[in-house]
Write a protein that binds this ligand. Structure first.
Ligand code: FAD
Length: 437
């Protein structure tokens, strides 16, 4: 990494815009493969939805019959969390839809430390409290990004840009093309997670699914719950849980709508906490202890990539020659309004793949996308958006970016992400412990 003519310009092999779980894994993977990396993040900590949004459980590591489909860096994150005593055991539970799912619950505050450790140990340069200002392009190349920081405006000149901002702000600024919703589709709603406790888990966990469902339906019918669910994930450090029972139907790229949703989300969470305390066995002594730093955002922009991943391809599932990650999370659409979920379960040994081409935006040659903005239909995104898969795709994006910057970048030629040798990329990912099927 070189400071340019003035301190305000920084050259890097790879700039990662957005330090959520996808971005952090991309940054770490790129650095481990020899790239100089800057990760730009608007908050003072990494993790995105996983920390600021307090989602608090990594879902879907395996197929229904227990075949592992996500490992690699994502697994390392869990091991490091466990090292701090901040990850629960890998377990199965019953979702509000009545389906079985596996998860690792974790403490979002401690995940911040784990992500700090990962970037620091691997020599990634974190540029925190830095918000994207604009992007300059030269033809099909991303030339530079300007970010607003406490030191003023900094210019970053990457060989490769990985946009993991969730909302894909950098590529939006650069003029990339995005996928539209189809007839009858709406963006998935945002949710204000909240922490509630103490909970008597011996009684709360003993509730049978039918009782939980009846309570949730009543809370929804009475207007105290915004969705008919009592879904909580236990905080491993305490007798509290993070609850996911608010629903905010907004476009989170609309600044005023996002601000209004933060306020409405806190109101919904407050009402939901009252319902828990008054009606749910095991919750009588609990109270609302914290809101998430921000509303968790499930879906905003999806970039138009060389391949648009579809639900049919996940359901078949199609075997892609350029598969760089796998997943087994079902299609799980939270409607923007109403209390229920649209959930399509998968078969017991069903896993699907994500092709490298879905990470490459059609409009640019030296850019990739990972996480919840990659090139997939609304329905396919409803499956691949979970954090396990976001981390796996982030790892693949960072590895590919380092390979491209390392080989093509040395020739001082503009980097072409389409020229990455996919077989070599897949072999490297497999050596690094990733699952590709
Ligand atoms: C309420 C909710 C519940 C969920 N439940 C689960 C669950 O139980 N299990 C599961 O595995 N997944 C769950 N998910 C899905 C999962 O959390 C997300 O899809 C995933 O975290 C996306 O990761 P990401 O890194 O792509 O994006 P994000 O987490 O959105 O990260 C984007 C990052 O970019 C930063 N950023 C954005 N814009 C800018 C900018 N302009 N300048 C600088 N930085 C910027 C953000 O601050 C953030 O750190 C849930 C999501 C939500 C919202």
């Amino acid at each position: 990494m070189r400071a340019g003519a003035d301190l305000q310009t920084i050259d890097a092999d790879v700039v990662v815009c957005g330090g959520g779980v996808a971005g952090t894994m991309a940054a770490v993977a790129a650095a481990r493969h020899g790239a100089s990396v800057v990760v730009v993040e608007r908050y003072g900590f990494l993790g995105g939805n996983a920390t600021a949004g307090a989602v608090a459980q990594f879902n879907s590591w395996q197929t229904g019959n227990g075949r592992r489909v996500v490992a690699g860096l994502a697994h390392e994150v869990v091991e490091r969390l466990a090292g701090y005593g901040a990850a629960g055991a890998h377990e199965t539970f019953v979702m509000s839809t009545g389906h079985k799912m596996d998860r690792v619950p974790y403490a979002p505050e401690v995940l911040k430390l784990v992500l700090d450790d990962l970037v620091t140990e691997n020599g990634v340069k974190p540029l925190l409290h830095a918000s994207l200002l604009d992007v300059a392009t030269q033809g099909r190349q991303i030339a530079s990004l300007r970010v607003l920081t406490k030191s003023g405006i900094l210019t970053l000149q990457p060989k490769v840009l990985i946009d993991t901002s969730g909302d894909i702000d950098a590529l939006k600024q650069a003029g990339a093309r995005f996928l539209a919703l189809d007839e009858g589709e709406a963006l998935q709603p945002a949710t204000m997670m909240f922490r509630f406790g103490p909970i008597d888990f011996t009684r709360f966990d003993a509730l049978d699914p039918a009782t939980v469902q009846a309570l949730a339906q009543r809370g929804y019918a009475e207007g105290q719950l915004a969705r008919a669910a009592l879904h909580g994930s236990r905080d491993p450090f305490s007798t509290d849980a993070w609850f996911n029972i608010s629903r905010l139907g907004i476009d989170a790229t609309d600044a005023f709508a996002l601000g209004a949703a933060e306020m409405e989300g806190r109101r919904q969470a407050w009402r939901a906490a009252g319902f828990l305390q008054q009606n749910v066995p095991g919750c009588e002594a609990g109270q609302l202890r914290a809101f998430a730093t921000q509303v968790g955002v499930r879906e905003t922009r999806r970039v138009e990539g060389d391949h648009v991943l579809t639900a049919a391809e996940l359901l078949q599932p199609v075997q892609f020659p350029d598969a760089i990650a796998a997943g087994a999370y079902p299609i799980d659409i939270h409607p923007a309004a109403g209390g229920a979920l649209d959930y399509q379960a998968l078969g017991d040994d069903h896993a699907y793949q994500i092709p490298y081409r879905s990470l490459i935006p059609t409009a640019f040659d030296n850019a990739l996308v990972a996480g919840r903005g990659l090139s997939a239909t609304h329905q396919a995104m409803a499956a691949i958006r979970v954090m396990t898969i976001s981390m796996a795709v982030g790892q693949a994006a960072g590895t590919a970016a380092a390979m491209a910057a390392g080989t093509q970048g040395k020739q001082e030629m503009p980097v072409q992400m389409r020229s990455v040798a996919v077989d070599a990329l897949r072999a490297t990912l497999a050596r690094d412990g990733a699952c590709l099927a």
